[in-house]
Design a binder for this molecule. Structure first.
Ligand code: GDP
Ligand code: MG
Length: 443
């Protein structure tokens, strides 16, 4: 399996001090084979491998991780990125009812999913109605009725005088019905065929035009492997869809379908089904799927812990310097502090609510990524002695640094000025003149 292979690959890497090009190439070959074996589509594999290679070659050497852990981290992050990063939520209509239409091949799990979705929405306080717009198979309507009953959700089905035999008409009427009965979500179950079929696509497109869904969900069986890509593409062209639901993840599906469909269609997997019961259902978590594909949950946790421990160690060092003499705080610390402050940017609002934090907030607001790059370039153009003691930076040194970093002397001046200000500020804090926050360097 993919996990076994990756485990084997990373075993080979373990114990080496640094990632060489040969290491990276060997790893990439293994990952390639493994992904193909897991039924990931070839274009996706190619893209994935090149992204991993590029990142592995870049300067992302985290001091807390060994080379094997670094590769795993990169592979994991790229998997999550392709799987969609954050989970997308269902879009609800501004004016109810919200219409959700399900499309997919026969047997993909649409009808089962309709019930799961209905129950899930009902548990959240919605009042959904299920619509039987699959009139292809003799038992389809009855199947939905049984599921609806189990979910405790009403089913709108064709009855005499109710557009018998025409799924488009049933779907159209269901919207009126929902408005009249004040149901706020309409879930339209549709027919599928065993293979991609023009007539079925046309019917699905007609139902779509009749109900104008807020969400069309493409339902795909995770077990169909490589075929997931052609099927998804056909439904995207024939009907269009906004999100994907992966079913039968309780089987020994290898996760490859999730990766391929998300990548090829640019649509996120939103839900995952993992069983026949109504509760075997959850919103899709890209990070969990990535970890499932990698089969390395434990390793990933270890990596996270190693990184956290490293950050904590750095923070402690910084705190020690703050407590010490003024001269201990160097330009390198300044740069490091800025990077950390950047990371904390998202809580700048929170900081603003505390007394004495306005200066820090201003600092955060002033730092954008480009500026951080420029500051890093300037500091890296300094000699170690200059970084330790910026007081020695006379005009000719500043001119040299500006040339070396591709900046203006005024940029260098500004940076040095800001450094002295920050150092002064930090010394005040270290002497207890301002409230500090535990565990945050410089705050
Ligand atoms: P439809 O033709 O797309 O409506 O598919 P159905 O909802 O009728 O499902 C086809 C078969 O797959 C049924 O026997 C379901 O019980 C089964 N099924 C659906 N979803 C899952 C799932 O997540 N896991 C498993 N193991 N079986 C499922
Ligand atoms: Mg069905």
């Amino acid at each position: 399996t993919l996990s076994d292979r990756l485990t084997a690959t990373f075993k080979n890497l373990r114990g080496k001090g640094r990632l060489s090009d040969a290491d990276i190439d060997a790893t990439a070959r293994e990952i390639r084979v493994a992904l193909l074996e897991a039924d990931v589509a070839l274009p996706v594999v190619r893209q994935f491998i090149s992204a991993v290679k590029e990142r592995a070659r870049g300067a992302e050497v985290h001091q807390a991780l060994n080379p094997a852990q670094q590769v795993i981290k990169i592979v994991n992050e790229e998997l999550i990125r392709i799987l969609g990063g954050e989970t997308r939520r269902l879009r609800f209509a501004k004016t109810p009812p919200t219409v959700i239409m399900l499309a997919g091949l026969q047997g993909s799990g649409k009808t089962t999913l309709a019930g799961k979705l209905a129950k899930w929405l009902k548990d959240q306080g919605h009042q959904p109605v299920l619509v039987a717009a699959d009139l292809q198979r003799p038992n389809a309507v009855q199947q939905l009725q049984v599921i609806g009953e189990r979910a405790g959700v009403p089913v709108f089905a064709p009855a005499p005088g109710n557009g018998v035999g025409d799924p488009v008409e049933v779907a159209r009427q269901s919207i009126e019905h929902a408005r009249a009965k004040l149901y706020d979500v309409v879930i339209v179950d549709t027919a599928g065929r065993l293979g991609i079929d023009e007539e079925m696509m046309k019917q699905a497109a007609d139902i779509r035009d009749a109900v104008r869904p807020d969400e069309i969900l493409f339902v795909v069986d995770a077990m169909i492997g490589q075929d997931a890509v052609t099927t998804a593409q056909a439904f995207l062209d024939g009907v269009g869809f906004d999100g994907v639901v992966l079913t039968k993840l309780d089987g020994d599906a290898r996760g490859g379908a999730a990766l391929s469909v998300a990548y090829v269609t640019g649509r996120q997997v939103m839900f995952a089904s993992n069983g026949e019961k109504l509760d075997d259902f959850d919103v899709f978590h890209p990070d969990r799927m990535a970890s499932r594909i990698l089969g390395m949950g434990d390793v990933l946790t270890l990596i996270e812990q190693a990184e956290k421990a490293f950050d904590a160690q750095q923070a402690e060092e910084m705190a020690r310097k703050l407590a010490g003499a003024e001269q201990d705080f160097t330009l390198e610390d300044f740069l490091q502090q800025m990077e950390q402050v950047r990371k904390l940017g998202s809580i700048s609002k929170l900081l603003g609510m505390l007394p004495g934090m306005n200066e820090i907030r201003d600092q955060i607001n002033q730092i954008d990524d480009r500026e951080l790059d420029r500051i890093a370039a300037i500091i890296k153009s300094m000699t170690p002695a200059e970084r330790r003691d910026p007081k020695i930076l006379n005009a000719s040194r500043r001119a040299r640094i500006a040339r070396g970093s591709g900046t203006q002397v005024s940029d260098v001046n500004q940076l040095v000025e800001r450094f002295f200000e920050a150092r002064k500020f930090m010394n005040q804090m270290a002497r207890g003149a301002m409230p500090g926050l535990p565990g945050m360097p410089g705050l």
